[in-house]
Design a protein around this ligand. Structure first.
Ligand code: URP
Ligand code: ZN
Ligand code: ZN
Length: 469
């Protein structure tokens, strides 16, 4: 099967240029001007459009359970596709009394195979750091799962991890090139503040932010940076939200330590005032770390522009409003009962293009880098994230002239609300190809369930660059 994308403007992390792209089967076979259409099965006219690598969302939750409530699963990954994301990387919890690799493979078989509509990879979340499990960490490299996450937050939940688990993961992982990722919030500080606020009758959703202020994130960020320094291993901090944590990362990075991180689109675009919306609507924005005051946003934009943070993810969590977020509503309930996380995979590219590229906060080149190229490198997805010969033909033909409004009506996320409801949208993924096959046409999903496949990652992702000599 041959497909030719004609006359588009190719966007890479370095430049942009008018060119055609020839795809043969699943791969990009040629890039050049006026490529001949002889023998081609399909021609896509991209005149006036941008041609960029499919988005890679390295932080999604299709299996997260919060106090018994579970998010929507991979049957809703067509939302990623229409949003221009062709690969998602899911956090899979290690199951009780099970190994790391078998937990991933069980989940894949039960809930992902034959269902996924975009390609996928996995991060394992270590929930049970017994010695046999620590010994298994290096084996993740060969199995194709080269990233491991620890939740320092969420005291009392089975997936909460302590410092010893972080040290053991860092030391066991580093020879094999496993990248250790951390949700950095001090769980005891959050627990103390939560109990205090509830005892004072401060139970509304706004107090979610008060219960986990920036200092909680900064402390845990500083602490894991020190832990990583002690054992001379790289570390990756997920969903960085505030100036204080950024200062820690920047200082370590400038000292030459291998400290990297990402932020998420909602921390760039929303502030904590939405947690105070009436009619319990603030619950829609309960996620952890919490949304911050506006003054944290410019430093985050600066960090993604300067490379202190190298990815913008969604932290997608498909909890709905009526039946799940409302678990925190009513007599005896509080913000602490609201499932943490928000649906956001579909509009990650649209939101960052509209409010980042179109406002001049982000160049198109940085957009491509933080949305696709850099997450591919962090996670060892060596055939994804570039418009270049030999790479997977995961391609977004992006129409910059489209105008619309984001909201639940056009969302395929399978839940009853969107955090982007009513916000203006400039531009959209018009056509999306997944390994050479068109899965979105004219902005509509036209692919098939099960078309997405597992992409195994290589160890020694970009967090190890400084160790490569
Ligand atoms: O609130 C959030 N972010 N929920 C998802 C789990 C996590 O902490 O990443
Ligand atoms: Zn987290
Ligand atoms: Zn998350």
């Amino acid at each position: 099967m041959k497909t030719l994308i004609k006359n588009g403007i190719i966007l890479t992390t370095e430049n942009e240029f008018k060119s055609d792209v020839l795809i043969i089967d699943e791969k990009i076979a040629a890039i050049g001007e006026n490529l001949p259409a002889d023998g081609v099965d399909r021609v896509i006219d991209a005149e006036g459009k941008y041609v960029m690598p499919g988005g890679i969302d390295q932080h999604v939750h299709y299996s997260f359970v919060y106090k018994g409530s579970r998010v929507r699963g991979f049957e809703t990954t067509n939302a990623a596709a229409v949003g221009g994301t062709t690969t998602v990387i899911e956090f899979v919890n290690q199951e009780k009394d099970r190994g790391l690799i078998e937990s991933i493979e069980d989940y894949k078989e039960k809930d992902v195979d034959g269902i996924a509509m975009v390609d996928y990879a996995f991060h394992i979340v270590m929930t049970d750091p017994r010695p046999e499990v620590i010994k298994e960490i290096p084996k993740l490299a060969e199995a194709g799962y080269p990233t491991l996450k620890l939740f320092l937050a969420y005291k009392g939940q089975f997936f909460h991890a302590d410092d010893e688990a972080v040290i053991n993961a860092l030391t066991a992982g580093k020879e094999a090139g496993i990248t250790i990722m951390v949700h950095a919030e001090n769980a005891d500080m959050v627990d103390y503040l939560t109990k205090k606020l509830i005892a004072e009758g401060k139970t509304g959703t706004y107090y979610h932010a008060v219960s986990r202020p920036p200092i909680v994130e900064a402390e845990a960020t500083r602490r894991v940076i020190y832990l990583a320094e002690m054992v001379n291993a790289p570390i990756y901090i997920v969903h960085v939200t505030c100036k204080e944590a950024l200062e820690e990362i920047k200082a370590a990075y400038q000292k030459g330590q291998s400290v990297y991180g990402e932020t998420c689109a909602h921390y760039l675009l929303f502030d904590e005032s939405v947690l105070d919306l009436p009619n319990f609507e603030g619950a829609k924005y309960v996620c952890s770390p919490a949304l911050r005051t506006k003054d944290h946003q410019e430093p985050l934009w600066e960090a993604i522009n300067k490379g202190w943070l190298n990815a913008v993810s969604s932290d997608h969590c498909g909890f709905d409003f009526e039946y799940q977020k409302h678990l925190g509503f009513g007599e005896g309930k509080s913000f602490a009962d609201v499932p943490n996380g928000a649906p956001s995979v579909q509009n990650r590219l649209n939101a960052l293009w509209t409010y980042g590229v179109c406002t001049g906060k982000l160049s198109k080149q940085r957009f491509v880098d933080v949305m696709s190229t850099s997450p591919a490198k962090v996670n060892g997805l060596t055939e994804k994230g570039h418009i270049a010969v030999g790479y997977d033909a995961d391609i977004v033909v992006f129409d910059p002239d489209y105008r619309g409004v984001m909201g639940v009506e056009s969302c395929l996320e399978g839940v009853d609300y969107s955090i982007y409801e009513g916000m203006e949208q400039k531009g959209r993924p018009e056509t999306v190809l997944l390994r050479g096959q068109v899965i979105v046409e004219n902005g509509q999903y036209v692919g098939k369930q099960g078309q997405g496949k597992l992409i195994k990652g290589k160890p020694f992702g970009s967090a190890y660059d400084k160790f490569k000599g």
